[in-house]
Design a binder for this molecule. Structure first.
Ligand code: NAP
Length: 255
């Protein structure tokens, strides 16, 4: 019997999970992406792209495709799709599991200032000119036009277009993972004195946090949004075990 699984993705873990489930003989996996990234990395499994049209649209998709299980493996800051997923699961009766990546915790000599959103980050930076690294998505950096006195180093996967209406900004296009040593060099090269970051968790983007600590640089950390309750694991291994429990165990082929 084939189990039809929809994975809501856009993360490294979603891609890994999809690959491992697809390697099983009895899972038909579809990975769903929002379709925002101009050249998404190869996912290795069948992909559908673009929004569903809210919770109603997602519930209709689950019914139409006779999906047996939905896995929310979206980014911790993708709160709307996670809320839609929980609601669509309830409406359609399709089971849901979630991969909730643990957040980073501050350690000794971290200098974190916690804020709720981009506007809070702007306030935390203060009025005096600073040299700021914005490690945020291209949609989120617009808030910093409210503080044009700062220098900004902006790193994103896709170009920030139009560029920020601020006098001094440098743009970098890059996709993680980012190693701590490279992040240190980047912060030093641009004489950065504040990093604005989301608390994404995981190892791929932790380098800048460790680099900021090593250099004594403040991190303005945007708090995570609230996510809906769902049966959740913290890692790909956790989710593999939860899928086994849901359907009954099947050996992975050749891995
Ligand atoms: P969001 O605000 O929670 O979602 C906005 C809308 O985008 C959703 O209502 C949904 O449209 C659509 N959508 C989002 N994720 C989708 C998916 N995996 N498949 C199909 N439709 C999806 O999401 P976001 O923060 O813009 O993130 C978009 C994507 O980028 C997600 O896949 C997320 O995992 C990934 N990502 C986000 C971040 C981040 O910091 N937010 C970082 C890395 C990766 P409809 O309502 O029309 O269905």
């Amino acid at each position: 019997m084939t189990h039809r699984i929809l994975i809501l993705g856009g993360t490294i873990e979603a891609r890994q999970l999809a690959g491992r489930l697809a390697a099983r003989g009895n899972c038909a996996v579809t990975l769903s992406l929002a379709g925002r990234t101009e050249s998404p990395v190869e996912q290795g499994v069948p992909v559908r792209s673009g929004g569903f049209g809210g919770a109603d649209g997602l519930a209709a998709y689950l019914r139409k495709t006779a999906t047996d299980l939905m896995i929310d493996a979206t980014h911790p800051y993708a709160a709307r799709i996670s809320a839609n997923a929980a609601e669509a699961a309830a409406r359609s009766g399709v089971a849901i599991l979630a991969l909730r990546r643990p957040q980073w915790e501050p350690v000794d000599s971290d200098r974190w200032t916690l804020v709720d959103d981009g506007a809070g980050a702007v306030r935390a930076l203060g009025g005096a000119r600073r040299r700021v690294f914005l490690a945020l998505g291209r949609q989120e950096v617009a808030a910093f036009e409210a503080a044009p006195q700062h220098f900004y180093l902006v790193r994103s996967v896709d170009p920030v277009d139009p560029p920020l209406a601020v006098p001094e900004a440098v743009y970098m296009l890059a996709r993680g993972p980012f190693a701590e040593g490279d992040e240190r060099a980047l912060l030093a090269q641009h004489r950065i004195d504040a990093v604005v970051s989301k608390n994404s968790g995981g190892v791929a983007t932790y380098g800048k946090i460790a680099a900021a600590r090593a250099l004594g640089i403040e991190v303005v950390m945007v708090r995570r949004p609230l996510l809906p309750e769902a049966p959740a694991g913290q890692s790909v291994d956790d989710l593999m075990a939860m899928v086994d429990h849901h359907f009954g165990p099947v050996a992975e082929r050749g891995v």
